[in-house]
Design a protein around this ligand. Structure first.
Ligand code: CUA
Length: 330
């Protein structure tokens, strides 16, 4: 094997084994709809590659074989060829017709949603995601839970400006537009964590409008539904109890809801089970008591421009008590 070929194969092997595989995996579709779209894309790519190859081969042969040589006479001048012209008009028309029919078929299957699909209202806010499950009586934020193997119908809308809901592994995306509902049917094939982001510039914190999809087995999803439907647990311990009274006596209640307490604001994320989520601030921090305390104290330090006010007037102990209360809301 020549040194060039050896280094090329080593390089390709390296790319496959380590470098390129992981990023490509995050685009491999995990939904039935995404797989249909990728199937169509791969077919179109293969047909285009074949045509490209054919053109290059024919062009190379013609250029080499029929090149002008010294002493050549003027070649015979040919004008038009009816058969060829019909051929190269009909063949592309036929390929386009086939692609048109296949595209229509893919669009129909991707857009189809059985009446039994799990409905989830996805609402884009500056700068977080609200998820409502109208048939299950659940409202949550920033973590979308979906059962694997079950069709779901995402109903996308916006609360303020246009956002775009993109989870690369879903295989497709749609905008969330205020006053309009866009449908995004998805069926996740296997449990897993699938991350995404807002992809329509929507203001200062557009970049921190991350999406986390938690795909679960149907039994895990049912357990999650049961947990989400129960009102918030009463605080356990003195610190958390103090946190609850601080929560109820401050302006937190104007914007947030905690089921089972008088707090029912609708401006910010529902906090009934905020302790069970893995991230806070729509993906900006891991959900730990320290991070949550930092966030409550001054979210503008962490996510400049965020619409939540800071609580720098509260003492450190008060902020810790609030964080302890909220982290206990599993
Ligand atoms: Cu929301 Cu960009």
């Amino acid at each position: 094997m020549s040194p060039l070929r050896r280094s090329l194969s080593a390089g390709l092997l390296g790319l496959t084994v380590s470098g390129c595989q992981a990023p490509l995996d995050s685009f491999a579709p995990v939904t039935t709809q995404g797989q249909s779209i990728v199937g169509l894309f791969t077919l179109a790519l293969a047909i285009s590659a074949l045509i490209f190859l054919l053109v290059i081969v024919v062009l190379t042969v013609v250029l080499v074989r029929f090149r002008a040589r010294p002493g050549d006479e003027e070649p015979p001048q040919v004008e038009g060829n009816q058969r060829l012209e019909i051929g190269w008009t009909a063949a592309p028309a036929l390929i386009l017709a086939v692609m048109f029919v296949l595209t229509l078929r893919t669009m129909t299957s991707v857009n189809a949603s059985p009446p039994s699909a799990l409905r989830v209202r996805v609402i884009g806010h500056q700068w977080w995601w609200e998820y409502q499950y109208p048939d299950l009586g659940i409202v949550t934020a920033n973590e979308l839970h979906l059962p694997a193997g079950t069709p779901a119908q995402l109903e996308l809308t916006g609360a303020d400006v246009i956002h775009s809901f993109w989870v690369p592994q879903f295989g497709w995306k749609r905008d969330t537009i205020p006053g309009k509902i866009n449908l995004l049917p998805v069926q996740i094939d296997q449990p897993g964590i699938y991350d995404g982001a807002c992809t329509e510039y929507c203001g200062t914190q557009h970049a921190w409008m991350r999406i986390r999809v938690v795909g679960q087995s149907p039994s895990d999803f049912d357990a999650w539904v049961q947990q989400q439907r129960t009102p918030a647990l009463p605080p356990s311990g003195d610190l958390a109890s103090r946190g609850q009274s601080l929560y109820l006596s401050n302006t937190c209640v104007n914007c947030h809801t905690i089921q089972g307490t008088p707090s029912n604001g609708r401006v910010g994320p529902d906090l009934t089970h905020v302790g069970s989520r893995s991230l806070i601030g729509s993906g900006v921090l891991a959900n730990t008591p320290d991070n949550l305390a930092r966030w409550i104290h001054n979210p503008h330090d962490i996510k400049p421009g965020v619409l939540m006010p800071d609580y720098r007037t509260l003492s450190n102990d008060d902020v810790r008590a609030l964080a302890a209360y909220l982290e206990g809301l599993k």
